[in-house]
Design a binder for this molecule. Structure first.
Ligand code: EPZ
Length: 421
């Protein structure tokens, strides 16, 4: 397995080009199961999760042509199977995103129940209840979701008990080919959900309320869609993570190919802490702070402070004067990074879903272990500020969602090497 060695204490400088958003690309790749033509997706991030989902579509019979590391053509006109097997789904729970399109287009599918993961149980009950509301018969057999809708899906009003990003995406894709109108109440409003809706709208599906928490989709009654070329939006979480590399080392970092309003909650928090921020149309620059002040965060759905940036800000809190308070409201176990940060000397106290971080602590190098994607990036950030050389093990978690991480960090002046153990 690979590990990263990072020698901390370096000031960083320069600019980073942000890659395409993993969490936009995953639903968009799944949505190509609704297409009758060959769909072209550009600006895909070159990360493991994308490769995993593309191999799942190939298993189902889609023709996937990789033009370059960031561009693919997918032709789902001849799908041979509607079974997403355990060996693939266990690698990436976002495979659940094939449920909606397969059911809507083919009237049946079997999808391995995605297990939980490090950050929580990650149930999909809301996805399944929605499919049943749209007329599917859903059973759990041998660890598989077995769903059937022999007469096709019908439009329904889906009121989500909780805001769910992939749940909303699954229903939007299912509704696209359903018969009649589907209304989604309490829909997720993340930019990744917005892009999925815009792509389906461009393919001929009438969708109202895009970007709001209430969506109305007019189904095409099983008629497959004609997709236009897709350019995946920039990854707001990767962007926020690189801003934190500058914040962690109190350096100036410039981001290229970013949509600033997608990370307003993050940039606003950084300004509150004491950093300067220069905004451009598709770039952002973080400027060093004369004093980094402690802060409070409560993670909420978009446009609130993103849970996917919680771990990174916990690392940053160790460098801010005073005690910072971080409350995680979306996932029940998204503090796996705490014990690893404590190994580096961080002073963190947990009480339920709230962490208190004593700032102004000197971090010292140690061997630490990545546990999940965003926790791993928090360890990278801490290592950039820690004295000495920190080794981060099990970095396959990082490779799932961060493209060419060490190359991008080295270009900023970080002392980082990838090793094999
Ligand atoms: C998406 O996960 C993202 N993944 C996650 O990013 C992100 O952390 C999360 O949204 C929240 O923003 C992708 O988009 C591929 P949810 P998702 O359904 O859709 C509960 C990353 O690091 N819930 O919005 O799985 C759930 O337990 C990943 O890139 C149910 O109870 O998250 C959680 O408490 C990590 N039943 C809350 O809702 C359901 O059926 C939000 O989950 C579905 C969800």
């Amino acid at each position: 397995m690979d590990f990263l060695s990072i020698t901390g204490g370096e000031k960083l400088q320069g600019s980073v080009s942000v890659s395409g958003a993993k969490n936009a690309a995953l639903p968009l790749i799944s949505a190509t199961l609704l297409a009758k033509n060959e769909a072209c997706l550009k600006n895909l991030p070159d990360v493991v999760d994308i490769k995993t989902l593309l191999s799942l579509l190939e298993m189902l019979g889609a023709k996937v042509q990789r033009i370059d590391p960031h561009t693919v053509k997918v032709n789902s006109s001849e799908i041979l199977s509607t079974k997403a097997t355990y060996d693939i789904v266990r690698k990436m729970r976002a495979s659940i995103l094939v449920l909606g399109p397969l059911l809507s287009r083919f009237g049946k599918c079997e999808v391995s129940l995605p297990g939980g993961c490090a950050i929580g149980a990650r149930p999909v009950d809301l996805h399944l209840k929605a499919m049943e509301k749209m007329g599917a018969i859903v059973e759990i057999k041998g660890g598989y979701i077995v769903a059937n809708a022999p007469k096709g899906l019908k439009g329904a009003t889906i009121a989500f008990d909780k805001i769910t990003v992939t749940g909303t995406e699954n229903v939007v894709m299912a509704a696209a080919l359903a018969k009649g109108v589907t209304k989604i109440l309490n829909a997720a409003q993340e930019p990744e959900v917005v892009q999925l809706c815009e792509v389906l709208q461009a393919a001929g599906v009438e969708i109202k309320g895009i970007g709001s928490n209430e969506l109305e989709i007019v189904g095409q009654e099983g008629e497959a869609l004609e997709f236009k070329e897709i350019e995946v939006i920039p990854d707001r979480i990767e962007a926020g993570t690189y801003l934190c590399t500058g914040a962690m080392t109190n350096s100036s970092i410039r981001l290229e190919r970013v949509i600033p309003e997608h990370l307003s909650a993050v940039t606003q928090k950084l300004e509150e802490i004491g950093f300067g921020m220069e905004y451009g149309e598709n770039h952002l620059t973080l400027l060093p702070a004369s004093k980094r002040r402690a802060f409070e965060i409560i993670t909420t759905e978009y446009p609130g402070f993103p849970t996917d940036m919680q771990a990174q800000f916990m690392a940053l809190a160790t460098q801010c004067e005073g005690a910072s308070i971080i409350e995680e409201r979306l996932f029940e176990n998204r503090f796996m990074h705490v014990s690893e940060l404590q190994r580096l000397g961080a002073g963190i106290h947990l009480r339920g879903n709230t962490a208190t971080v004593n700032g102004g602590t000197k971090l010292l190098c140690a061997d630490v272990m990545a546990t999940d994607l965003r926790a791993s990036s928090a360890l990278v950030l801490a290592a950039l500020a820690a004295e000495g050389t920190t080794n981060i093990h099990r970095i396959y978690h990082l490779d799932r969602g961060y493209e060419r991480l060490e190359e991008k960090l080295r270009a900023l002046g970080a002392v980082i090497e990838r090793g094999r153990e």
